[in-house]
Design a binder for this molecule. Structure first.
Ligand code: ZN
Length: 563
């Protein structure tokens, strides 16, 4: 390619960037040399390996990983001069909820509210700003952050909005509070009994009970879903994520992905885990009918639930909660159902991923996995969260070839609550990252967005420090369970790809893998956890194409330089 052509291409891609049509950029029919970078990636044994550049083919895949050597450039090679900045493989969130995040970005945001009064204030402002919305839905409150730790009630919401339904989900998604109009719309009265696996208290619905109202919330239209997918994609790319495991894809979500693919607006890679066995069957049938072929999203498995969460005391424990001796939570599925649904999915060559937070739930899932043959072949059965595990059960992950998929930021958000819920005696197997790695398990890492912010640098920092963004507690919480930087980076790259059967295509910038990478503003492998958490992503590239940029001036693609 001539210099002029190269310049023209840069101009064209800038115009496209300006128009916000990143994914429409035509594939570049030339190799790309990425040079003058401080490359950092995780090796197969979770060490940090450094490199200086990449040669990317016109198929968007890595041709060579450079370690300072000089060589003759193929004619017409484009050059990206990284200006000495740090380059990482594109980060992969091993557990998130793409559509839920995109929809949440358009809803009333209650994350970080410090009091009921602040929740009420935000609700008041949102209601005024959105007078035509038939239902006000929101999410993100956490009474644990409030001085009295009291759960909100219907009356608390009625004091602000009475004329239309209000339905506000707790930060962990396991409890939701509705106002009087929401309860009326759902036909819920004082006489309504909560279903098995749920609870209703003063307008607060826990776990299975939320379905009583959820089914009356008007479903988002296809247009709302498509907009949500784009909102989520932009937010994820801007945080340096190039792929995510979507833990609960519905058929509606799948159709949105198909539309985005058709409109060429999907850059992010998505590994879909169908939201339960019924959705798996529906999406699987669609796949067989439509023969979808794309490297941007794929159906890899099914997501099932064994229990709820710790915050709402829905996590299923072997012994009663230390701060609520009348309960030990509850299972959301029977061992028989779990085995049957797991076996069916495995029989169709799909992966099985099961949410398990309490020690009783983890025990049940590990047993079911052993029964259905997860340990006898390359099944990569996954436990999602694996937060509270009986110390006696920790070795069963590696022994049974079960992948513990964990979220470092859950540990930093939950530590005080976990201490209260469990008491000091049961913390030995809580968020036991280092012990699990030592036993031979590799941990893919994620954030569980929108439960937590998807920023993977928050996760990397928490993984190596066991400290929150406030640097608390000093020295880290149960610091013996910290991961090394190499282990943490692998968790967000190589191991996360492996955990979704994607290691052939991504995770390590190995030759033959897609050139999915990011440029960041600091040498993340060499700074303190405090500084890791504050890393800014400058550019995000997928398959050798720039799909997001903080500032168009940070780098320029030119032609004719030497590596
Ligand atoms: Zn989740």
């Amino acid at each position: 390619m001539s210099l002029d052509n190269a310049r023209q291409q840069v101009m064209t891609s800038r115009l496209l960037l300006t128009a916000g049509l990143l994914a429409l950029a035509a594939p570049a029919h030339a190799d790309l040399l990425v040079t003058n970078v401080q490359g950092v990636r995780a090796t197969a044994d979770s060490k940090v390996e450094r490199f200086t550049g990449l040669l990317v083919g016109d198929d968007g895949k890595v041709k060579r990983v450079l370690h300072g050597e000089q060589f003759k450039l193929p004619a017409g090679t484009r050059v990206l001069n990284g200006g000495g900045r740090t380059l990482l493989p594109g980060l992969i969130d091993a557990h998130g909820h793409v559509m839920g995040y995109g929809l949440a970005l358009g809803q009333l945001d209650l994350t970080g509210t410090r009091s009921l009064a602040e929740l009420q204030q935000r609700l008041r402002e949102y209601a005024v700003a959105n007078p035509d919305l038939p239902w006000i839905t929101g999410r993100g409150w956490n009474q644990e952050l409030w001085a009295d730790k009291r759960f909100p009630t219907s009356a608390d919401l009625d004091a602000v909005v009475k004329d239309r339904p209000v339905w506000l989900e707790r930060v962990d998604g396991h409890a939701t509070v509705g106002n009087g109009a929401a309860l009326a719309a759902a036909g819920v009265t004082a006489a309504t009994k909560a279903p098995q696996g749920g609870e209703i208290r003063n307008g607060l619905f826990v776990d299975a009970a939320t379905a009583l109202v959820d089914r009356h919330v008007p479903a988002p239209t296809p247009a709302m879903r498509d907009a949500a997918l784009q909102r989520a994609q932009q937010a994820l790319l801007s945080r340096g994520l190039t792929a995510v495991a979507d833990m609960g894809t519905s058929e509606d979500d799948w159709q949105s992905l198909l539309r985005a693919q058709g409109a060429r607006t999907l850059s992010l890679r998505i590994f879909s885990y169908a939201a339960g066995s019924d959705e798996l069957a529906k999406i699987d049938a669609r796949l067989k009918r439509e023969r979808t072929r794309t490297d941007r999203f794929r159906l890899v498995g099914v997501k099932l639930y064994a229990d709820g969460a710790l915050g709402s005391r829905g996590a299923w424990l072997k012994a009663p909660y230390s701060d609520a001796l009348h309960t030990r939570g509850l299972p959301l599925i029977s061992p028989t159902q779990l085995r049957e649904q797991g076996r069916t999915a495995l029989g169709q060559q799909y992966q099985v991923a099961v949410h398990a937070i309490g020690d009783a739930a983890n025990d049940m899932v590990l047993s079911a996995f052993a029964d259905i043959g997860c340990g006898s072949a390359d099944r990569r059965c996954r436990v999602e969260h694996a937060q509270i595990v009986d110390v006696a059960d920790l070795d069963r992950f590696a022994a049974g070839k079960v992948i513990p998929s964990m979220q470092p930021v859950h540990q930093t958000s939950d530590r005080l609550m976990a201490e209260a819920r469990l008491g000091p005696q049961r913390l030995g197997g809580a968020y036991a990252w280092a012990t699990l790695e030592k036993s031979g398990a590799s941990i893919p890492l994620g954030s569980d967005f929108p439960v937590e912010d998807p920023n993977p640098f928050h996760g990397l920092a928490a993984a190596v420090s066991r400290q929150g963004l406030d640097d608390q507690p000093a020295g880290g919480w149960r610091p013996q369970e910290r991961l090394s930087f190499g282990q943490a980076l692998s968790g967000f790259t190589r191991t996360a790809a492996y955990a979704s059967f994607a290691e052939r295509d991504m995770g390590a910038l190995d030759v033959g893998q897609f050139a999915d990478f990011i440029l960041v503003d600091r040498p993340v492998a060499d700074v303190t956890p405090h500084d890791i958490a504050r890393t800014q992503v400058l550019e995000t590239w997928i398959a050798g194409q720039k799909v997001w940029s903080k500032d168009e001036r940070t780098t320029a693609v030119t032609s004719g330089e030497r590596g």
